[in-house]
Design a protein around this ligand. Structure first.
Ligand SMILES: C[S@@+](CC[C@H](N)C(=O)[O-])C[C@H]1O[C@@H](n2cnc3c(N)ncnc32)[C@H](O)[C@@H]1O
Length: 308
């Protein structure tokens, strides 16, 4: 199956990285290789790019797209492993910058067999990494009613989370809830269709995807580990598609940019100076031109910081 994904905020992200010669760049989420291709082109032979993804479909697509570049290495691993992989490679610092384009690719969301979409009947899978043990099926059929309700509420901000969880637990007593359509039908029987035409299953499916792939935990721990590995002047660029993700990135950037975190009553400051300088005071969003061509870029928010 052809890998289709329209790269979001392409120029804005690559320019934000300040591509230059003699440096190391990292694309933490290579996907179809859209950002990687532009980075590899701009950095030239004097620099190098390491491009990571956990999804083997993405790795195949990115390898094909980047096959003519000798400055690029594509690595099938989670971005959570970047610190240990850099160590294995004998790399001490990311000298150029790192990009995270979070969430799922269009290919993942629309390939029926990946089980991300409520419009395509398939096994409830939703894993980015097909080697991972936890699937959406396991969550839906093994987790308690309270755990399910909490997942739907926390990651999907679903108002009907408790009622949906109760109904799922009732239904699975008869037989396991196995497919995307079975789950979507349960949700539809609880959540009324809204005026804006958003499918009632949207929020629960999003919540499950975020939970199954540990999306928020992964970005939080990885940003904290990566910031100390950036060389002075190296950039960190994060594109997120979910308000919880964007808030998390904003808070981490802010925390790492503060010079003083001492309580007011402490007279002498004992803090180390902040590690980051925030480059984007407000998140960068897609231009109206990009939105015409790719409406799904509407929720993208990009934040950039620089190591001090
Ligand atoms: C929005 S797509 C990236 C698209 C890419 N920038 C492009 O232009 O083609 C996000 C990608 O991140 C990958 N991903 C998600 N979690 C990951 C993780 N923990 N480690 C590495 N890649 C991950 C997904 O598999 C997906 O391919």
């Amino acid at each position: 199956m052809e890998f289709i994904h329209k790269t979001v905020l392409l120029n804005e992200a690559v320019e934000g990285l300040f591509c230059s010669a003699g440096k190391l760049y990292v694309d933490a989420t290579a996907g179809g290789g859209g950002h990687s291709y532009e980075i590899a082109k701009r950095i030239g032979e004097q620099s190098s790019l390491l491009a990571f993804d956990v999804d083997e479909d993405a790795i195949k697509a990115a390898s094909e797209k980047l096959k003519d570049f000798t400055n690029t290495k594509i690595i099938n691993a989670s971005y959570t492993q970047i610190p240990e992989i850099l160590k294995q490679e004998g790399i001490e610092k990311i000298t150029g910058g790192i990009l995270f384009d979070l969430g799922a690719s269009f290919h993942q969301l629309t390939s029926a067999e990946r089980g991300f979409s409520f419009t395509k009947d398939a096994f409830l899978d939703m894993r980015f990494n097909k080697e991972q043990d936890l699937t959406a099926f396991k969550v839906i059929n093994k987790f308690s009613e309270t755990e399910l309700a909490n997942i739907f509420y926390k990651y999907g901000e679903e108002k009907f989370s408790r009622r949906i969880a109760k109904k799922i637990v009732e239904k699975r007593k008869e037989k396991p809830v196995k497919t995307t359509t079975e789950l979507a039908d349960i949700i539809k029987s609880i959540v009324p269709f809204q005026k804006k035409g958003i499918n009632p299953a949207t929020r629960v499916f999003q919540a499950l995807r975020i939970f199954v792939n540990k999306e928020l935990e992964n970005i939080e721990t990885t940003l904290q580990q990566i910031i100390p590995l950036l060389d002075k002047g190296a950039r960190i660029v994060v594109i997120s598609f979910h308000s919880l993700e964007d808030r998390l990135v904003k808070n981490i950037f802010r925390e790492y940019s503060l010079d003083c975190k001492c309580p007011k009553e402490q007279l002498i400051c004992s803090c180390r100076p902040g590690l980051l300088k925030i480059i984007t005071k407000k998140p960068v969003v897609a231009s109206s031109e990009e939105l015409k061509d790719n409406p799904s870029a509407r929720s993208a928010k990009m934040r950039i910081a620089e190591k001090r």
